[in-house]
Design a protein around this ligand. Structure first.
Ligand code: SF4
Length: 194
């Protein structure tokens, strides 16, 4: 049986649950292989994360998951992030340590939201894992206002749709989408809601 979460109930209860990941300590700062003036970092949560990785895979449209290496990888802004079940996180293409901290805090928040999902629904089933659809920018574009005004930071609505499909933008960045339209778009972008 599938355990897909489509609702947003329980947010009050969620506030009462202590965060699973309290901090991500930076354990290594290394030169980035992709760009000379950039760094990559290795962080550690001190927590086993294996049960949270399938949730992140299902939530983020462009994430890849490997059962063999017990890891999930995805892009956040221009950074390639990999989270390992043992608790390690790597992040690439960072300007400096401040950007590393901001990026790792984003991952920490994501992991804690995934932990709430697991508390409420359990670890996603294999059936659910194998039914994740590809997010199609053409489909997403149908729900956008077609003004091509650039106010979202992308010059065209289709360009914005592509970024939404990659998980690089949020519907709230378009000022012409009301709350309902934003919610509908979130459902198109994220296979599960966390
Ligand atoms: S702000 Fe909205 S309407 Fe304007 S280009 Fe972006 S998505 Fe299109």
């Amino acid at each position: 049986m599938s355990n897909k979460n489509t609702g947003g109930k329980g947010s009050f209860i969620n506030l009462l649950i202590p965060p699973r990941v309290r901090e991500v300590k930076i354990t290594e700062v290394l030169p980035c292989l992709a760009a000379e003036d950039r760094i990559r970092v290795v962080g550690n949560t001190g927590e086993k994360l294996s049960d949270l990785l399938p949730v992140i895979y299902l939530y983020l449209p462009q994430a890849t998951y490997s059962r063999e290496s017990d890891s999930v990888s995805f892009m956040f802004e221009e950074h390639l992030i990999t989270v390992f079940g043992e608790g390690k996180i790597t992040a690439t293409n960072l300007k400096d340590k401040d950007e590393a901290i901001r990026t790792l805090n984003y991952v920490k928040d994501l992991l804690n939201r995934a932990a709430i999902y697991v508390n409420r629904h359990g670890v996603p089933s294999l059936e659910l894992m194998s039914s994740k659809p590809k997010v199609n920018p053409i489909e997403i574009n149908k729900s956008l206002p077609k003004k091509d005004c650039g106010e979202c930071g992308v010059s065209t609505c289709y360009g914005f749709a592509v970024k939404l499909a990659l998980g690089e933008c949020k519907p709230s960045m378009c000022p012409y989408l009301d709350a309902n339209s934003q919610k509908e778009l979130q459902k198109k972008i994220h296979f599960i809601q966390i």
